[in-house]
Write a protein that binds this ligand. Structure first.
Ligand code: BGC
Length: 731
């Protein structure tokens, strides 16, 4: 702790110190004006600002950006950095000091109800994009809170479930995205998760919060609990938790005082946690004054629209444009038979636009991440800007729920009638654009999905539309994978718009009419069936335990290892143009790094984007994934243009976790480096020989990842608290 902070700690009495260790209320830290500590506000997060009006479920308007799985599909750190920056500007305008995001949990199963809040099934993609988000956000002077640490991969029994995973699995898959972000972007806070790991709650897990996070990774920032995730305050503070949220009205301070009296809690642990809270508060509010927000004052009249001046202060206009840009960059063209897309805006085709989501798009999921958008682009209106009265609309299926941000337009509810009306419209038209997707109730906090299929009435609609024989283009809204039985093969094109935020309507129209290239790529595998997915047999666990028997084999690692066919592989997405790969080479190879190059050329006739994905294939080994993503770059090229891309891989990129030797181990042998346009579309390869080499875990604060910012904080020695939970054993 710095000398100034030590001085403040020394000035505080025990009650004051204990009061800092839990919130003053739902969203604020405790103020101590006597020593210049104002309250700091923590606010959700992650794809928009959710600030209270004082009326339940009514939030001050703010920009609803695409959710994390859509950000994941952009594969574009620079764009995600700009989202972070815009979020920071809005947080500042609204008087929020710490934004509760991003979430970098792995999409272990597509059933997880909160997958829309997570970037990917791969830690490199999730970690590098989240690092960019954190850098953008924190460049505005607003803190990021990386969550949910760790292994929070299901919502069923989320506060009790015990994740039973071996140490290698945790380190290679479930901790790695956190490590990358902490290593390169220095988030001001980390939020521990609700679940247990090896029987111990994350909020009370010494191995996780102290040995790995602080001692190995050198993390200097604040550790805050997820809301109500602390069960035993003494165990939590001893394990390395600094701030319990929300406030408990003095209950936790009482328990901590008793712990001190009984000797189960050390005063040093209290001082340490208090010091970290003080450091955090001073970082958030260097002027020592609480945030002041005129926009917030104006916005607390529930339902009142913000004035032009307040919208301007929020940056609403430019942020809406950014929301559209990001939504467009995420849109993923899964299928495009005979180049049916893009549509020609100058043709005279009559277009049947079918589906309630064409009027009220799915822009986000439900729960603590829900945002009250400043405005929402309607897809149908966007299409009409290109095709005018050549379009006609039919609702197609009942949209039963009311999205909390907006009442649904008048809703007919008889499934058969709606379908028949849509089919009649299709028959009179030249082609069909069918807007379908998961219902809001499938993508919420605190509940998981039970099926990967679309709702039955939507499936029936799609088959009935296909029966008309008209070209069928499906526009799919989903924050997590869906299965496509019964309709996939009967479509001409499938455009995945994710949960694309408030600009998704205009972005979708622009892609459909070729104004923008569909440059999104899948950050998760689309399986053929639920039964094929990793972990599905054990999901959601038995007797309160979720056994991660698949080990490191999640996502594409699983399908490749089992040689299973998939609907669409990780990294897949089509462009309106095409790309060639050439000149792949190893430029230099040292014991520490491998420098690589590959040339990518736009061989088609339109401007477009390619996402070049770099995978390593280790020498054959039964317990290593066949192929793992290690780097990527998205490039925009004009027709005929080519670019030479350079990548640097590090020791860690070739290594696996050798838990017995407490190290990352690179085994000697020949590795193949694959440049691909998906995990299953390898376009160029090179071979590289690597020597045997290990790096102890305790060097992780300085160990290499493929992004910048290495060697920030030296590791400190190991230690144990009263509740020194152990590293998980193999299962
Ligand atoms: C969620 C967090 C969220 C917090 C505050 C919890 O239930 O898990 O992600 O930031 O609530 O709303």
């Amino acid at each position: 702790m710095s000398p100034e902070v030590a001085k403040i700690v020394a000035m505080l009495n025990l009650d004051q110190k204990l009061s800092l260790l839990s919130g003053a209320d739902d969203w604020h830290t405790t103020e101590i004006p006597e020593v210049g500590l104002p309250p700091v506000e923590l606010g959700d997060g992650p794809h928009g600002l959710r600030t209270e009006t004082g009326v339940d479920m009514v939030w001050i308007p703010s920009t609803c950006f695409p959710t994390a799985s859509a950000l994941g599909a952009t594969w574009d750190p620079e764009l995600v950095r700009r989202v972070g920056l815009a979020l920071g500007e809005e947080a500042r305008a609204l008087g929020v000091d710490l934004l509760l995001g991003p979430g970098v949990n792995m999409k272990r199963t597509p059933l997880c109800g909160r997958n829309f809040e997570y970037f990917a099934e791969d830690p490199v993609l999730a970690g590098d994009l989240a690092a960019a988000y954190v850098q953008g956000l924190q460049s505005t002077g607003i803190g990021a809170c990386l969550k949910h640490f760790a292994a929070n991969n299901q919502e069923t029994l989320r506060t009790e479930i015990s994740v039973e995973a071996d140490e290698r699995t945790l380190r290679e898959i479930y901790l790695e995205a956190f490590h990358r972000v902490i290593h390169t972007a220095d988030p001001w806070a980390v939020m521990c998760s609700y679940n247990r790991i090896g029987g111990v709650h994350a909020s009370q897990h010494h191995w996780l919060l102290t040995e790995v996070l602080r001692q190995e990774w050198g993390y200097p920032g604040l550790v805050v609990s997820d809301w109500d995730a602390v069960h035993d305050p003494v165990a939590a503070v001893s394990a390395g938790l600094d701030l319990e949220m929300p406030g408990t009205g003095g209950r936790s301070a009482f328990a901590l005082r008793r712990g001190l009296a009984e000797g189960t809690l050390s005063e040093a642990a209290v001082d340490q946690a208090a010091a970290r809270v003080i450091e955090f508060v001073r970082r958030c509010r260097p002027d020592g004054a609480p945030a002041h927000s005129p926009v917030r004052q104006a916005g607390i009249v529930p339902g009142a629209p913000l004035s032009e001046a307040h919208l301007a202060e929020l940056g609403a206009e430019t942020h809406h444009e950014l929301a559209r840009e990001v939504a467009s960059a995420a849109i993923t063209l899964l299928r495009n038979e005979d180049g049916v897309l893009p549509l020609d805006p100058d043709s005279d085709q009559r277009i049947a636009v079918v589906g309630g989501y064409a009027r009220v798009p799915r822009i986000q999921g439900g729960g603590s991440a829900g945002v009250n958008p400043t405005r929402v682009d309607e897809p149908l209106a966007g299409l009409r800007e290109f095709a005018g009265d050549r379009t006609a609309y039919a609702q197609g299926y009942p949209v039963p729920e009311t999205d909390f941000y907006r009442e649904l337009a008048p809703d007919l509810s008889d499934s058969d009638e709606l379908r028949e009306e849509a089919v009649r419209l299709a028959v009179e038209s030249d082609l069909v654009l069918a807007f379908v997707g998961l219902p809001l109730s499938s993508e919420v906090e605190a509940a998981d999905r039970t099926t990967l299929a679309l709702p039955e009435d939507q499936v029936q609609l799609l088959t009935a539309l296909a029966d008309t024989g008209k070209p069928l283009i499906v526009v799919l809204a989903a924050g997590s994978a869906v299965t496509m039985d019964g309709w996939h093969d009967r479509t001409d094109a499938i455009l995945l718009t994710w949960l694309g935020g408030q600009g998704v309507g205009a972005a979708t129209a622009a892609v459909i009419f070729g104004r923008a290239d569909p440059s999104g790529r899948l950050g998760e595998t689309y399986p053929l069936a639920l039964e094929d997915t990793p972990g599905c047999r054990d999901f959601p666990g038995v007797g309160g335990r979720a056994i991660y028997a698949e080990g490191v084999f999640i996502g594409y690692r699983w399908y490749d290892h089992r040689n299973l066919p998939v609907r669409y592989p990780f990294g897949h997405g089509l462009s309106y143009t095409s790309f060639g790969y050439s000149d792949a080479e190893v430029v230099a190879s040292t014991p520490e790094t491998v420098e690589l190059r590959v040339r990518v050329t736009n061989a088609g006739s339109r401007h477009g984007a390619e996402v070049v994905q770099v995978y390593i294939e280790p020498p054959h080994s039964a317990d290593r994934p066949e192929r793992e993503l290690r780097a990527f770059e998205k490039v925009w090229l004009d027709s005929g243009e080519s670019r030479l891309l350079a990548f640097t891989l590090h020791h860690r990129d070739f290594a696996f976790v050798d838990a017995t030797a407490r190290s990352w181990r690179q085994v000697s042998g020949t590795y193949r480096v694959c440049f691909g346009s998906s995990s299953r579309a390898v376009r160029a390869t090179v071979a590289v020989d690597r020597p045997d080499a290990t790096r102890p875990f305790r060097d992780d604060a300085g160990a290499g990842s493929t992004t910048a910012g290495r060697g920030r904080v030296p590791a400190v020695g190991h230690g144990g608290g009263p509740d020194a939970s152990r590293a998980p054993d193999a299962v």
